[in-house]
Design a protein around this ligand. Sequence first.
Ligand code: AMP
Length: 228
Amino acid sequence: MDGATLTKTAPVLILLGPPGAGKGTQARMLEERFGLVQLSTGDLLRAAVAAGTDAGKEAKSVMESGGLVSDGIVLAILKDRLAEPDCAKGVVLDGFPRTTVQAEALDALLKASQQQIDAAISLEVVDAQMVTRISGRFTCGSCGEGYHDTFKAPKTLGICDNCGGTDMKRRADDNAETVISRLDAYHTQTAPLITYYDQKGVLKKIDAMGDINDIAKALAEIVAPVTV
Ligand code: AMP
Protein backbone atom coordinates (compact mmCIF):
# COMPACT_ATOMS: atom_id res chain seq x y z
CA MET A 1 0.00 0.00 0.00
CA ASP A 2 1.28 3.47 -0.79
CA GLY A 3 -0.03 6.92 -1.64
CA ALA A 4 -1.30 7.73 1.86
CA THR A 5 -0.99 11.27 3.13
CA LEU A 6 -0.34 10.38 6.76
CA THR A 7 2.63 12.32 8.05
CA LYS A 8 5.19 11.17 10.58
CA THR A 9 3.51 13.03 13.41
CA ALA A 10 -0.14 12.39 12.54
CA PRO A 11 -1.84 10.39 15.29
CA VAL A 12 -3.20 6.99 14.33
CA LEU A 13 -5.81 5.49 16.62
CA ILE A 14 -7.73 2.27 16.22
CA LEU A 15 -11.09 1.55 17.85
CA LEU A 16 -11.74 -2.15 18.33
CA GLY A 17 -14.96 -3.73 19.53
CA PRO A 18 -17.95 -5.72 18.36
CA PRO A 19 -20.82 -4.18 16.40
CA GLY A 20 -22.82 -2.01 18.79
CA ALA A 21 -19.86 -1.26 21.07
CA GLY A 22 -20.10 2.44 20.17
CA LYS A 23 -17.08 2.77 17.87
CA GLY A 24 -18.86 5.11 15.46
CA THR A 25 -20.31 7.32 18.19
CA GLN A 26 -16.98 7.63 19.97
CA ALA A 27 -15.01 8.13 16.74
CA ARG A 28 -17.29 11.05 15.85
CA MET A 29 -16.71 12.57 19.29
CA LEU A 30 -12.93 12.17 18.92
CA GLU A 31 -13.13 13.76 15.50
CA GLU A 32 -14.90 16.80 16.91
CA ARG A 33 -12.80 17.15 20.03
CA PHE A 34 -9.32 16.44 18.65
CA GLY A 35 -9.65 17.40 14.97
CA LEU A 36 -8.95 13.87 13.80
CA VAL A 37 -10.58 12.23 10.79
CA GLN A 38 -13.02 9.39 11.51
CA LEU A 39 -12.27 6.70 9.00
CA SER A 40 -15.02 4.09 8.99
CA THR A 41 -14.65 1.31 6.42
CA GLY A 42 -18.34 0.48 7.00
CA ASP A 43 -19.29 4.04 5.93
CA LEU A 44 -16.93 3.87 2.94
CA LEU A 45 -18.42 0.54 1.88
CA ARG A 46 -22.02 1.80 2.29
CA ALA A 47 -21.10 4.79 0.10
CA ALA A 48 -19.66 2.40 -2.52
CA VAL A 49 -22.87 0.32 -2.39
CA ALA A 50 -25.01 3.45 -2.77
CA ALA A 51 -22.86 4.68 -5.67
CA GLY A 52 -23.12 1.28 -7.39
CA THR A 53 -19.36 0.95 -7.97
CA ASP A 54 -17.90 -2.49 -8.81
CA ALA A 55 -16.58 -2.77 -5.24
CA GLY A 56 -20.00 -1.75 -3.90
CA LYS A 57 -21.78 -4.37 -5.99
CA GLU A 58 -19.47 -7.06 -4.68
CA ALA A 59 -19.72 -5.89 -1.08
CA LYS A 60 -23.51 -5.49 -0.93
CA SER A 61 -24.60 -9.10 -0.39
CA VAL A 62 -21.75 -9.82 2.03
CA MET A 63 -22.73 -6.82 4.13
CA GLU A 64 -26.39 -7.85 4.10
CA SER A 65 -25.44 -11.31 5.38
CA GLY A 66 -23.32 -9.88 8.21
CA GLY A 67 -20.05 -11.36 6.93
CA LEU A 68 -16.80 -9.55 6.20
CA VAL A 69 -16.08 -7.98 2.82
CA SER A 70 -12.88 -9.27 1.18
CA ASP A 71 -9.60 -7.82 2.40
CA GLY A 72 -8.75 -6.73 -1.17
CA ILE A 73 -11.82 -4.52 -1.53
CA VAL A 74 -11.52 -3.05 1.97
CA LEU A 75 -7.81 -2.29 1.63
CA ALA A 76 -8.30 -0.58 -1.75
CA ILE A 77 -11.11 1.57 -0.38
CA LEU A 78 -9.15 2.47 2.76
CA LYS A 79 -6.02 3.33 0.80
CA ASP A 80 -7.97 5.71 -1.47
CA ARG A 81 -9.48 7.46 1.53
CA LEU A 82 -6.16 7.74 3.35
CA ALA A 83 -4.70 9.46 0.29
CA GLU A 84 -7.06 12.40 0.75
CA PRO A 85 -5.33 15.46 2.26
CA ASP A 86 -7.49 15.78 5.39
CA CYS A 87 -6.07 12.51 6.72
CA ALA A 88 -2.76 14.29 7.30
CA LYS A 89 -4.39 15.61 10.52
CA GLY A 90 -4.46 12.08 11.92
CA VAL A 91 -7.09 9.37 11.88
CA VAL A 92 -9.38 7.34 14.09
CA LEU A 93 -9.90 4.00 12.40
CA ASP A 94 -13.40 2.76 13.11
CA GLY A 95 -14.14 -0.80 11.97
CA PHE A 96 -10.69 -1.32 10.48
CA PRO A 97 -8.66 -3.48 10.70
CA ARG A 98 -11.00 -6.44 11.08
CA THR A 99 -8.65 -9.27 10.09
CA THR A 100 -5.00 -10.08 10.64
CA VAL A 101 -4.36 -9.54 6.91
CA GLN A 102 -5.76 -6.01 7.22
CA ALA A 103 -3.72 -5.33 10.37
CA GLU A 104 -0.53 -6.44 8.65
CA ALA A 105 -1.33 -4.30 5.59
CA LEU A 106 -1.86 -1.31 7.87
CA ASP A 107 1.49 -1.94 9.54
CA ALA A 108 3.19 -1.97 6.14
CA LEU A 109 1.47 1.24 5.10
CA LEU A 110 2.42 3.02 8.30
CA LYS A 111 5.99 1.79 8.12
CA ALA A 112 6.30 3.29 4.63
CA SER A 113 5.41 6.72 6.04
CA GLN A 114 7.51 6.20 9.19
CA GLN A 115 4.30 6.32 11.14
CA GLN A 116 3.09 4.17 13.99
CA ILE A 117 -0.09 3.24 15.78
CA ASP A 118 -0.49 5.41 18.87
CA ALA A 119 -3.16 3.24 20.48
CA ALA A 120 -5.52 0.40 19.63
CA ILE A 121 -8.41 0.88 22.03
CA SER A 122 -10.71 -2.04 22.72
CA LEU A 123 -14.24 -1.01 23.73
CA GLU A 124 -15.21 -3.78 26.14
CA VAL A 125 -18.92 -4.64 26.13
CA VAL A 126 -21.33 -7.44 27.04
CA ASP A 127 -22.25 -9.28 23.84
CA ALA A 128 -25.75 -10.18 24.96
CA GLN A 129 -26.72 -6.51 25.03
CA MET A 130 -25.43 -5.65 21.56
CA VAL A 131 -28.54 -6.95 19.78
CA THR A 132 -30.76 -4.52 21.73
CA ARG A 133 -28.31 -1.69 21.20
CA ILE A 134 -28.08 -2.24 17.46
CA SER A 135 -31.73 -3.02 16.76
CA GLY A 136 -32.83 0.35 18.12
CA ARG A 137 -30.30 2.63 16.51
CA PHE A 138 -30.75 5.15 13.72
CA THR A 139 -28.95 8.22 12.39
CA CYS A 140 -29.78 11.58 10.95
CA GLY A 141 -29.31 11.35 7.19
CA SER A 142 -28.32 15.03 7.02
CA CYS A 143 -25.62 15.38 9.69
CA GLY A 144 -24.92 11.78 10.75
CA GLU A 145 -25.86 12.27 14.43
CA GLY A 146 -26.59 8.88 16.01
CA TYR A 147 -29.75 8.06 18.00
CA HIS A 148 -31.38 5.10 19.73
CA ASP A 149 -35.06 4.31 20.32
CA THR A 150 -34.44 3.61 24.02
CA PHE A 151 -31.11 5.11 25.01
CA LYS A 152 -30.89 8.33 23.01
CA ALA A 153 -34.15 9.41 21.42
CA PRO A 154 -34.27 12.85 19.77
CA LYS A 155 -36.03 15.49 21.91
CA THR A 156 -38.78 15.70 19.29
CA LEU A 157 -39.62 12.44 17.57
CA GLY A 158 -38.28 12.34 14.00
CA ILE A 159 -36.34 15.62 14.25
CA CYS A 160 -32.57 15.74 14.67
CA ASP A 161 -31.49 17.63 17.82
CA ASN A 162 -28.27 18.61 16.11
CA CYS A 163 -29.35 19.99 12.72
CA GLY A 164 -33.16 19.87 12.62
CA GLY A 165 -33.07 17.30 9.81
CA THR A 166 -36.02 14.91 9.44
CA ASP A 167 -34.45 12.24 7.25
CA MET A 168 -33.72 9.55 9.87
CA LYS A 169 -32.07 6.40 8.54
CA ARG A 170 -31.77 2.82 9.81
CA ARG A 171 -29.08 0.55 8.44
CA ALA A 172 -30.22 -2.46 6.43
CA ASP A 173 -27.92 -4.75 8.45
CA ASP A 174 -29.11 -3.50 11.86
CA ASN A 175 -31.59 -6.33 12.41
CA ALA A 176 -31.38 -9.07 15.05
CA GLU A 177 -30.58 -11.87 12.60
CA THR A 178 -27.71 -10.08 10.85
CA VAL A 179 -26.33 -8.79 14.13
CA ILE A 180 -25.76 -12.37 15.29
CA SER A 181 -23.68 -13.08 12.16
CA ARG A 182 -21.79 -9.81 12.63
CA LEU A 183 -21.00 -10.70 16.25
CA ASP A 184 -19.83 -14.12 15.10
CA ALA A 185 -17.56 -12.54 12.44
CA TYR A 186 -16.17 -10.24 15.12
CA HIS A 187 -15.29 -13.08 17.49
CA THR A 188 -13.76 -15.38 14.91
CA GLN A 189 -11.93 -12.86 12.70
CA THR A 190 -11.47 -9.57 14.56
CA ALA A 191 -11.10 -10.39 18.28
CA PRO A 192 -7.65 -12.01 17.67
CA LEU A 193 -6.43 -8.46 16.91
CA ILE A 194 -6.70 -7.68 20.62
CA THR A 195 -3.79 -10.05 21.24
CA TYR A 196 -2.06 -8.76 18.08
CA TYR A 197 -2.01 -5.18 19.40
CA ASP A 198 -1.30 -6.25 22.97
CA GLN A 199 1.87 -7.93 21.73
CA LYS A 200 2.85 -4.68 19.98
CA GLY A 201 2.41 -2.82 23.29
CA VAL A 202 -0.27 -0.40 22.00
CA LEU A 203 -3.45 -2.03 23.36
CA LYS A 204 -5.71 -0.13 25.78
CA LYS A 205 -9.00 -1.46 27.11
CA ILE A 206 -11.92 0.59 28.33
CA ASP A 207 -15.27 -0.38 29.79
CA ALA A 208 -17.82 0.67 27.16
CA MET A 209 -21.04 -0.41 28.87
CA GLY A 210 -21.68 2.85 30.71
CA ASP A 211 -22.79 6.35 29.83
CA ILE A 212 -21.63 7.66 26.43
CA ASN A 213 -20.01 10.74 28.01
CA ASP A 214 -18.14 8.70 30.63
CA ILE A 215 -16.77 6.46 27.87
CA ALA A 216 -15.77 9.54 25.87
CA LYS A 217 -13.94 10.85 28.94
CA ALA A 218 -12.00 7.60 29.38
CA LEU A 219 -11.10 7.66 25.69
CA ALA A 220 -10.00 11.28 25.81
CA GLU A 221 -7.53 10.42 28.58
CA ILE A 222 -5.84 8.00 26.20
CA VAL A 223 -6.10 10.20 23.11
CA ALA A 224 -5.16 13.63 24.53
CA PRO A 225 -1.47 12.80 25.14
CA VAL A 226 -0.95 11.62 21.56
CA THR A 227 -2.60 14.61 19.92
CA VAL A 228 -0.53 17.35 21.51
P1 AMP B 1 -19.69 -1.37 10.28
O1 AMP B 1 -20.32 -0.12 9.76
O2 AMP B 1 -18.28 -1.17 10.75
O3 AMP B 1 -20.55 -2.08 11.29
O4 AMP B 1 -19.58 -2.35 9.03
C1 AMP B 1 -20.73 -2.79 8.34
C2 AMP B 1 -20.35 -3.96 7.45
O5 AMP B 1 -19.37 -3.55 6.47
C3 AMP B 1 -19.69 -5.14 8.16
O6 AMP B 1 -20.65 -6.02 8.73
C4 AMP B 1 -18.89 -5.78 7.03
O7 AMP B 1 -19.73 -6.53 6.17
C5 AMP B 1 -18.41 -4.57 6.27
N1 AMP B 1 -17.09 -4.07 6.73
C6 AMP B 1 -16.86 -2.87 7.35
N2 AMP B 1 -15.55 -2.73 7.62
C7 AMP B 1 -14.96 -3.87 7.19
C8 AMP B 1 -13.61 -4.35 7.22
N3 AMP B 1 -12.61 -3.63 7.76
N4 AMP B 1 -13.37 -5.57 6.68
C9 AMP B 1 -14.36 -6.32 6.14
N5 AMP B 1 -15.65 -5.93 6.10
C10 AMP B 1 -15.95 -4.72 6.61
